[in-house]
Design a protein around this ligand. Structure first.
Ligand code: HEM
Ligand code: HEM
Length: 237
């Protein structure tokens, strides 16, 4: 059986008439004939020409799907030389616990997304219904949402470092900048509500309106960052 290196399969990416080869657990498969791998792309996110051993572990199917495509050779993995020892240590850990390679960021981000968007919605409902309980719920959503933002930022930088080799792109740069803006706007909203707003349902108070404005900006920012994240994970052309 033929032996392939990562350079050999790199060119078999299904583009410009090239065949589509994928490597999984030291074996190389030809997926060119599969309608699920049109032009070398699978489910809009996996690209032929690569070793997808780690990726297939987070797929909704197991390795049994590989029985449907033809085995064409053995894959020889070259030992990776990471530039820093910290990277090598983290890679060794992720080898043992592949779950932590991609899951932490998506698992964490839905907290700031849901809570910060909920906060502005609840605040509007509180003003419309003159309900101080709803206003309190909006305030708590803001606080808990804000606490979860650093976790989203840390896991975001982590996945960028590990899975994107810290390479910049317009989407990643926007996400990085906007995430810090979210933290700053959220803190300002928290400070205004905690120390400046005297009567949280008095709409004639300009400080309440500034607070509401901050919450609405937060909702917009956090949903934009989430949308940009979705574009990275599911890159629709
Ligand atoms: C999030 C990741 C993935 C998703 C959502 C996904 C989804 C799917 C779905 C829905 C099918 C069709 C299942 C069926 O017909 O019963 C399929 C088939 C298949 N998948 Fe994936 N998959 C993923 C990752 C991968 C990866 C990383 C590989 C690596 C080799 C892979 C290899 C295959 C193969 C070989 C087939 C069979 C194709 C055929 O029958 O023509 N998948 N996948
Ligand atoms: C408030 C902060 C943030 C939110 C709400 C957020 C939200 C999201 C969401 C919803 C996704 C799609 C996840 C999925 O469905 O798989 C995503 C992906 C991603 N985010 Fe963030 N993000 C934040 C901050 C950051 C930061 C600071 C970075 C640093 C560069 C970052 C880097 C990434 C990367 C690289 C992906 C793609 C993940 C992958 O392919 O595994 N994010 N983000």
């Amino acid at each position: 059986m033929k032996n392939f290196s990562s350079t050999d399969i790199k060119v078999c990416d299904g583009k410009n008439g090239a065949p589509s080869y994928v490597a999984v657990e030291n074996k190389v498969y030809d997926v060119s004939g599969s309608s699920k791998w049109k032009d070398g792309t699978h489910m809009r996110r996996h690209q032929a020409g690569n070793d997808l051993t780690t990726d297939i572990k987070s797929a909704p199917h197991g390795l049994e799907v590989l029985d449907r495509v033809s085995l064409v050779g053995q894959f020889k993995t070259e030992a990776k030389n990471y530039q820093s020892t910290s990277r090598a240590t983290v890679e060794a850990l992720l080898e043992r616990h592949p779950f932590f390679r991609r899951h932490p960021h998506p698992a964490v981000v839905h907290f700031p997304l849901a809570l910060l968007m909920m906060s502005s919605f609840l605040e509007i409902m509180a003003i419309l219904t003159a309900s101080d309980r709803t206003e309190w719920a909006a305030y708590l959503s803001l606080i808990v949402g804000l606490i979860t933002v650093p976790a989203a930022i840390v896991t975001g930088y982590f996945t960028w470092w590990i899975n994107y080799e810290s390479k910049g792109s317009p989407i990643i740069n926007s996400k990085k900048n906007l995430a810090w803006v979210v933290l700053a706007v959220g803190l300002v909203a928290f400070l205004i509500r905690t120390f400046a707003v005297a009567s949280p349902l008095d709409i004639s108070d300009i400080r309440l309106m500034v607070y509401l404005g901050n919450l609405l900006i937060l909702s917009g920012l956090v949903s934009t960052i989430g949308f940009l994240g979705g574009k990275l994970t599911f890159p629709y052309e």
